[in-house]
Write a protein that binds this ligand. Structure first.
Ligand code: F6P
Length: 518
């Protein structure tokens, strides 16, 4: 088998990149190298020339295409990031829908399918990533691609009731039936997607397998992880070497404690609410003033989207106000740094911080939470304060779980974390470390690919170990799933599941979707 990965952005590795590439990029590259493969997607460049450019690195081909300015506006900034992103993060008030953006989104997916279809070999297994590319499999199937195709949704999936506010949501959701396997971050996302397929599209499901028309798709959670050992080593080395940002931070902090937040500058991350919560903490506990500081690292993101520009302005305003109200001539309570740092520097900063503040309003998984744990010194670890609305909270129940909408609760969790006795910090750290270690990024790629290629027993036990007593949203209605109409056994309906060598069946759903594209 050859592996074909498709993602919105593709970064072609160069010699210097090892220290900056994230765990996901590294793990996907490793999987591609293991099987031999192709990685296809947008080059990240906006230009008039849209021909495919291929670069060979070992046994992996990177095939990238530029987007035109109109495509970037409609497909990327418009439909992906002003419509899908907010609605998937439960932010109806921020969702901006334009028909022309949706047409552009479908158009780019159609173009990607056209360019990719010609490169597909019979033994390829295709793995498509994220919300930019939901209809890609339907477009590939339309071009006669019968290979196994998987999709992984990196961000949350809301309830059917929320999603229906998005025009054409039913036609878009229906295109997901073209996949053989859909991976989600959590049980909640899995349940929500299956509900959408059932209530919006009339699919039938047993809670895992979904049947829509002649197709059968498996939907299940595969919570993404990090390369724990690599990150742990990075943090330990960074602490020893005391590289520049870390040394400078240490010198400027002196004996003061450090609370750290690291996020793309995105409204889903709850940065403004977090700053307010830190201000509340200092107001409620004046004895802590001068003894602790918050460092918020927030590299700018999607700045051409108005909601992000507004967040940029608001975060400056809130940090400035709180510093002016609460700071002293020799102490600045909050530092917001809007630029990206190397992974080595971040690992060292996480290790130096007594508290990791990861409080998104909603997040698919949040790998910063896992990186913070991996970076800790096992004999004197810091404490993770984690939003109950991050997918990671489903696994990391030994963190201090908070509701990010409740400023007082977050403020008190900061206080609890700073005052926590060492024995309890170690106990919590060990439990959390065990979870992230046993469900790391290599576990994730292996389990997903085994399930996609239908290896024995792979799909059944994809849920990793999880700490008992996790207080976050529980996979509540699991029993309810059992009450849903059962899916007929494989083979009951002819051509039920697509797979290599099977004949392609065009469903009415695809047809109506494609009418719309044209
Ligand atoms: O999963 C969320 C995601 O869209 C990823 O696909 C991407 O790597 C990240 O957020 C950053 O987003 P962007 O590519 O829009 O800068």
């Amino acid at each position: 088998m050859r592996l074909v990965v498709v993602s919105n952005r593709v970064t072609i590795p160069d010699r210097h990149e090892k220290a900056t590439a994230g765990g996901l990029a590294v793990a996907l590259r490793e999987a591609l190298e293991r099987h031999g493969g192709l990685w296809f997607g947008w080059s990240g460049v906006v230009g008039a020339a849209r021909q495919l450019r291929e670069t060979q690195r070992g046994n992996v081909t990177y095939a990238v295409t530029d987007l035109s300015e109109a495509e970037r506006e409609s497909y990327y900034l418009g439909f992906s990031n002003r419509a899908l992103w907010p609605i998937m993060h439960y932010r109806l008030g921020l969702t901006e829908f334009q028909r022309s953006d949706y047409m552009g989104y479908l158009g780019v997916n159609r173009r990607f399918a056209r360019e990719l279809a010609g490169m597909i070999r019979p033994d390829d297994v295709i793995w498509i990533h994220d919300y930019h590319l939901i209809p890609l499999a339907a477009e590939l199937r339309r071009r006669g691609v019968t290979n196994r195709i998987g999709y992984f949704h990196h961000i949350p999936w809301p309830s059917a009731d929320t999603l229906t506010a998005l025009p054409f949501s039913a036609t878009l959701v229906r295109t997901l039936a073209a996949y053989d396997l859909i991976g989600m971050q959590t049980q909640l996302d899995t349940r929500n997607l299956i509900d959408c397929l059932m209530t919006l599209c009339g699919a039938k499901s047993d809670g895992r397998r979904v049947r829509l028309g002649a197709r059968e798709t498996v939907v299940q959670p595969f919570p993404i992880g990090i390369d724990v050992e690599a990150f742990r080593r990075l943090a330990a080395a960074s602490a020893r070497q005391a590289a520049t940002p870390l040394r400078a931070t240490r010198e400027s902090l002196g004996e003061r404690k450090l609370v750290i937040g690291v996020d793309r500058l995105d409204y889903s991350k709850g940065i403004v609410q977090r700053l307010e919560a830190f201000g509340q903490f200092l107001r409620s506990h004046p004895e802590e003033r001068g003894r602790v500081g918050l460092l918020q690292i927030a590299p700018p993101s999607r700045s051409d989207v108005p909601e992000y520009a507004e967040l940029d302005r608001m975060s400056d305003e809130v940090a400035g106000r709180l510093n002016a109200q609460l700071g002293e001539f020799d102490w600045t309570p909050i530092r917001v740094v809007k630029k990206a740092y190397s992974r080595t520097a971040l690992a060292g900063l996480y290790r130096r911080a007594q508290v990791g503040l990861v409080t998104p309003m909603r997040d698919g998984m949040n790998l910063v939470a896992k990186e913070y744990i991996a970076a800790q010194n096992p004999v004197d670890p810091g404490v993770l304060v984690l939003s109950r609305f991050a997918g990671a909270a489903q696994q990391l129940g030994e963190a201090l779980i908070v509701n990010p909408y409740d400023t007082h609760e977050v403020a008190e969790a900061i206080r609890t974390a700073l005052a926590m006795p060492k024995s309890e910090r170690i106990r919590r750290f060990e439990a959390l470390y065990h979870v992230i270690e046993t469900s790391g990024i290599h576990w994730w790629t292996r389990r997903y690919l085994e399930a996609l290629t239908d290896a024995p027993a792979a799909a059944e036990d994809a849920e990793p170990p999880r700490k008992a007593g996790a207080k976050a949203e529980q996979p509540a209605r699991r029993a309810g799933a059992r009450n849903r109409p059962a899916v007929p056994e494989r083979g009951e309906a002819k051509g039920a599941a697509a797979g290599a060598g099977r004949k392609r069946v065009s469903t009415p759903a695809e047809t109506s979707h494609l009418t719309l594209v044209r």
